[in-house]
Each structure stands twice: as C-alpha cells, then as structure tokens.
Design a protein around this ligand. Structure first.
Ligand code: ACO
Length: 432
C-alpha cells in the first residue's frame, strides 16, 4: 500500500493517497480535496503541481538529467538523429529499420502543403512575423485536411499516424515558407531525397537557379538542435497542448495552441535574447567582463541571458552537448564570430563567480543554440520558429497520451475569486 498524507483543517483530518513515479518522484493525490473538505489547493503558476502522469520524458533538474522514454539525452545526441528520436518520443520505442523506413516515407509524403495554402501565405503583409504566420497557417491545417481533424476522438486516433507525420513535416515546410513570404522571397518546394534538416535548409535558402544543398556538418548541426528541443516534459507550451487536447480538440488545433504559448519571450524567445545580449556587448567594445558585473548588480535590469533555469539547478545537459557541437561547427566552417568569443568569456567568468555558483546559475540550452543557428544562417526572427519545429514531436506525443487516456477528463482548474463581492447593477443615468 502507498504512503498516506494527513491534512488537518478546521479540526478535521483528511487522508490522501500518495503516488510515486518510476524515478521515486513523490506526489500527494489531492484530487478529492475539494469534495471532502471544501478547500482547493492553491498553486499559482503550477510550480508545485503534477498535472498528469506521463510516460514520455523524465527530467531531474537537481542533477541535470533529461531522458526521452528512459534514454539519456547525451546517448540520443551521440547515436540517434531527430527522426529516430521523434519516433521514440511519439511511439515509445526506438524504431526498427522497417519502422524507420515507413515513418520516413510517411514524413516525406506529408511534407508538401495543399497548393491553396500558398495563396493564403501570399495574403500576409510583408514583414509579418514568421511566428504569426506559423500560428495562422498551422491553425488552418484543419481547413485543408478536415479528414485528419474531425474532433471525433476515435476517428482522429485512427488517422493518428498520418496526422502526426503531417504535423512534423508540415511545420518544417510552413516555417520555411513563413520566412520566404515575410521577406518577399519566392517560395521553394520540398525535395525528395533530402533529409529532414537538409530539406528545411533548401526551403529556406534555395533561390531560382541556385539550389542550396547544405554541407553535411551544417545539416547535422541543425538536426542536433531539433533533437535537443524535441521534448521537455510539462513546460508551458506542452501543458497548453495537453489542456486543449483534454477538451477533445484535434491534433492540429492542439499543437497550434502550443505554438502560440511558445511564442512568449519567457518560453521560446530566450535564444533570441542571448544573441541580442552578445551583439550589445560586442557593440559596446566589452569582452563580457563589464556585462557580468552589471548582471550581478541586481539594479542594472540586466541578466546573463542563457543562464539559469527554472528546473535545472545543477546544469542543463543539453547545454553541454550544444556547447561542444558549436565549437565543432565553428571549426569546420572556419567561422570567426566575435559573439562566440564573448560567449566563451561570459561562460568561463560566470562558472567561477560566487554570484552565479551560489544561485545555481549555469548555461542553459539557449546559451549556445542561438550562436549555432546564426552560424547556419538562420535569421534571428526565425529562432522561436526553429524551436517549434523541434518541439513538434513532443507536442504530438503529449496529444496522443491525452487522447488515449481511458477516462479522459477535461482540464479545468479552479480559482480563488478576489473581485468585488455581490453588488447591484447600476443604470447608466445613475452612474457617477
Ligand atoms: N543572470 C543574473 N542573475 C540571475 C539570472 C541570470 N540569468 N537568473 C537568475 N538570476 C538571479 C536572480 O536575480 C535571483 O537573484 P536574488 O536571489 O539575488 O534575487 C536568483 O538568481 C534567482 O532567480 P529567479 O528569477 O528567482 O530564478 P527562476 O528559477 O525563477 O528563473 C530563469 C529562471 C527565468 C530561467 C532565470 O534564470 C532567467 O531569467 N534566465 C535568463 C533567461 C533565460 O536564459 N531563459 C531561458 C530558460 S531555458 C528555456 O526556456 C529553454
């Protein structure tokens, strides 16, 4: 029998079961709290709330662990690739050779978008933000592929393999076209025979009579960035996807909500903030040492962007992997980016500094991912879009987990009302 928790309220005692995860995470099961006591639990921001039991991703931020379906992220980064890991995240196991071939075929088959969507793309004003275009276009997938988004759960699950492949492939195509359209560039079409990252880079950078075939190292670097962003447990966007899915909404509707949540600067926008910070430091002729002092002062309003994490209080395992990959990529490309030197200085200084050590502030994945994307040629306003392409497999897996729950319940938190108490309506002529 599991341990029990006893809560004393108004001289009465209530007993609650506890739940333990496979990695010994412990929770008190308060689902009956309101019905037995009249109280609800208050946890603004959900920092202390387990919103679900999930089998997809495990994080232990105290010791810097991230695993997809039990497999450590460093093993996946070294031995797997984005498609292999996406399959693992969605279907729970690494694909056999046959499964890998059939998954890849499904992805390629669904890379193209309905040609009528091109007209919709062209209706966006020049300069529209790629994230705004991405949210609209992904939301409109239900209009073009109604058979994959019926909101009849049994039917949507029957078509899951196709809708999952569509979400992963089409977000890549739509993302690249968002960039082309927002910069007034002619549209490219996906190419058969190109890998996932290669295809994206072709869609982004090919021009009429000048097809872009990314160097192997560049395509591999992008693939790694996507793999490292593929899932991250119950973050803001993934929780949003699960929230929307819990209402019975189809996959395309649910992932679109996730993309909207990702757009916020506190979630998917930090990688841009790192580049802006590095450029500012460079423009001021600083090597990073002046900035470090300002970030520590607490009064400058500056923070060392790309440092610190709500969950990781030891190190972000993705940051180690991406930091090393960044060094390799720069060596191969022979790129000389002063921002990389500044980033190295900042990292070395912060890791020795008491202010950062005592607050458990270590580099997070965004510290180097922005520098790497810039070296690949991805424009700054596309950084959050790149995050969305990577995170799609995690969103899809989480939608599926919600959709296949035997007794799925709509997510509906409660609140503590603090507005005006009961009062009467005042007619217009009597209002002061
Ligand atoms: N630079 C300088 N000081 C910092 C930083 C930083 N990057 N991050 C936290 N601190 C300080 C705070 O000022 C605070 O100091 P105090 O105790 O003297 O008041 C202490 O460390 C704790 O900070 P909190 O904001 O309470 O930590 P929290 O866990 O809430 O925030 C967050 C985490 C938002 C990531 C924060 O560290 C931050 O703003 N980092 C920079 C932005 C960033 O890189 N975000 C990307 C996160 S990763 C991702 O989303 C994929």
């Amino acid at each position: 029998m599991s341990k029990q928790a006893i809560l004393k309220l108004d001289d009465k005692e209530y007993t609650f079961d506890t739940i333990e995860g496979v990695e010994n995470e412990k929770a008190v099961d308060f689902r009956t709290l309101r019905s037995v006591s009249g109280y609800i639990s208050y946890d603004e921001g959900y920092g202390n709330t387990g919103s679900c039991q999930s089998e997809i991703t495990y994080i232990d931020g105290e010791v810097g662990i991230l695993r997809y379906r039990g497999i450590p992220i460093d093993q996946l980064a070294e031995k797997s690739d984005f498609i292999d890991s996406a399959y693992l995240i969605i279907y729970g196991e690494l694909p056999s050779e046959e499964q890998r071939i059939s998954f890849s075929k499904e992805l390629i088959k669904n890379t193209n978008i309905d040609t009528r969507m091109i007209r919709q793309f062209e209706s966006f004003p020049a300069g529209a933000h790629p994230m705004s275009i991405l949210t609209s276009m992904m939301g409109s997938l239900s209009s073009y592929y109604p058979e994959l988004s019926t909101n009849d759960r049994a039917l949507d699950l029957e078509n899951f393999d196709r809708s999952a492949a569509s979400a992963i492939s089409k977000v890549m195509t739509v993302a690249a076209l968002s960039h082309r359209i927002s910069h007034g560039l002619p549209v490219n079409y996906p190419k058969k025979g190109f890998g996932f990252a290669e295809n994206f880079l072709h869609l982004m950078f090919s021009n009429p009579h000048d097809e872009y075939h990314a160097p192997k190292e560049v395509a591999e670097a992008l693939d790694l960035i996507l793999l490292l962003h593929a899932d991250h447990e119950q973050n803001c966007s993934t929780s949003t996807v699960r929230m929307v899915a819990s209402s019975g909404a189809n996959l395309f509707a649910s992932i679109t909500a996730g993309i909207c949540a990702l757009w916020g600067p506190l979630h998917g926008g930090a990688n841009m903030a790192v580049i802006k910070m590095l450029e500012e430091i460079h423009a001021e002729g600083d090597d990073g040492s002046r900035f470090i002092e300002q970030a520590k002062s607490g009064t400058s309003g500056k923070r060392l962007m790309g440092f610190g994490h709500r969950v990781y209080k030891n190190f972000d395992p993705r940051a180690k992997i991406i930091g090393q990959a960044c060094e390799r990529l720069f060596a191969v490309l022979g790129v000389d980016d002063p921002c990389l030197d500044i980033a190295r200085n900042l990292e070395q200084a912060a890791l020795k500094d008491d202010y950062f050590i005592s607050r458990n502030l270590y580099p997070n994945v965004d510290f180097y991912s922005g520098i790497m994307m810039r070296a690949i040629g991805i424009p700054l306003d596309m950084f959050t879009v790149m995050f969305a392409i990577g995170r799609m497999s995690g969103w899809v897996a989480n939608w599926h987990e919600v959709a296949t729950q035997p007794k799925g319940k709509i997510n509906r938190p409660r609140q503590i009302y603090q507005g005006p108490a009961l009062r009467d309506y005042v007619p217009m002529d009597q209002r002061g």
